[in-house]
Ligand binder design. Structure first.
Ligand code: SF4
Length: 266
C-alpha cells in the first residue's frame, strides 16, 4: 500500500494492519516454495546483504559457514538493545502504534511482513520504530562495525523497514530513518544494556567513551528508490538472473568465500 496522509479510526486501522500481516505470514508458511534454494520468503537483512555482495549471499546458501566472532558480537549487541523493550504481542504492538497519543511511542523488534508486487513475501524485524497515531515518525537501525562509514546496505535495510511498514498500512509519508554505527567493542557494554548509553538518544551524531564509539545520522525515507532497489534484489530470488559479484574488488580480499568464488581472484 502506498503512503497516505489521512487516517480513519484507530481500531479499524489496527484490525486491517493485523489482518493483512496475518494473511501474509500464513501464506508464507503454506505457499509453494517458488524462490531460489526452496525458499518461500526473503528476509530484509538478506536483501540488504545483496547490496554488499550478492554472490556472497548466494554462496552463503550454497556453502553455509558457521558465524564468525564478529557476527556473534553483532547479534549480542542487537539483543542487548532489544532487551530494553517491554515484550508485547504483535496485536498489542500494532494497537499501540495506531492509538491516539501526543508523544511518539517507541517499539523494538517490531515484526513486519508484506508481499511485494513480484509476489515475493519479505519478512523482517525492525530494531526500533517510533509511532504516533499510525504514522511512522522514525525507524532506527543499529550496526556494530569497526568501519565508521554508513554503507549502502545499511541504507537499504533501514529503507526496506520503512517500505514494509508502509505496505502493512502505516503512514510513511514523512518517515525518517536513523542509522547508528557502534564499534564492535560496544556489544558487551553495560551502559548499552541498561539503556544509558547517550548513543541511543536521537539527535546524538557522535559519542565516544573509554569502551567504544558511535556515529549516527538521520535520512529521509525515499519510497520510489527503495521499491526500485527491491525489484532488482528480488529478480535474483525469482530466478530472473544469476547472482552478481560485488564491483568493489577490495571486499573480495576479506571475503570468506574468496577461494570458492569465480570472481574472488580479481
Ligand atoms: S570473493 Fe568477492 S565477489 Fe566473491 S563472494 Fe566474496 S566478495 Fe563477493
Amino acid at each position: 500500500m502506498a503512503s497516505n496522509d489521512s487516517f480513519p479510526d484507530s481500531s479499524t486501522i489496527a484490525r486491517d494492519i493485523l489482518n493483512r500481516y496475518r494473511q501474509v505470514y500464513r501464506a508464507s508458511r503454506t505457499a509453494e516454495p517458488f524462490l531460489r534454494y526452496g525458499r518461500r520468503t526473503v528476509a530484509v537483512s538478506t536483501i540488504a546483504q545483496q547490496f554488499y555482495c550478492e554472490k556472497a549471499v548466494a554462496l552463503s546458501f550454497e556453502r553455509p559457514l558457521a558465524p564468525t566472532q564478529d557476527m556473534r558480537d553483532g547479534s549480542t549487541g542487537h539483543e542487548a538493545v532489544a532487551a530494553l523493550g517491554v515484550p508485547m504481542t504483535q496485536e498489542e504492538a500494532v494497537t499501540a502504534a495506531v492509538a491516539a497519543r501526543e508523544q511518539p511511542l517507541c517499539l523494538c523488534e517490531f515484526r513486519i511482513g508484506w508481499q511485494h508486487h513480484t509476489g515475493v513475501t519479505v519478512l523482517g524485524h525492525v530494531d526500533e520504530a517510533w509511532f504516533r497515531e499510525g504514522h511512522v515518525e522514525i525507524v532506527a537501525e543499529r550496526k556494530f562495525s569497526n568501519s565508521r562509514g554508513i554503507h549502502l546496505p545499511y541504507h537499504i535495510q533501514a529503507s526496506l523497514y520503512c517500505l514494509g511498514l508502509g505496505e502493512m498500512g502505516f503512514n510513511t509519508g514523512h518517515t525518517l530513518y536513523r542509522i547508528s554505527v557502534l564499534t564492535r567493542s560496544c556489544h558487551d557494554c553495560g551502559l548499552l544494556r541498561s539503556g544509558g548509553c547517550p548513543a541511543l538518544s536521537e539527535g546524538i551524531a557522535h559519542f565516544q567513551c573509554d569502551h567504544g564509539e558511535c556515529t549516527g545520522q538521520v535520512f529521509p525515507f525515499e519510497h520510489e528508490t527503495t521499491s526500485r532497489r527491491l525489484d532488482w534484489a528480488l529478480q535474483f530470488w525469482i530466478n530472473e538472473r544469476e547472482a552478481q559479484p560485488t564491483e568493489h574488488t577490495s571486499r573480495c580480499r576479506h571475503c570468506r568465500y574468496r577461494r570458492v568464488c569465480d570472481a574472488g581472484s580479481r
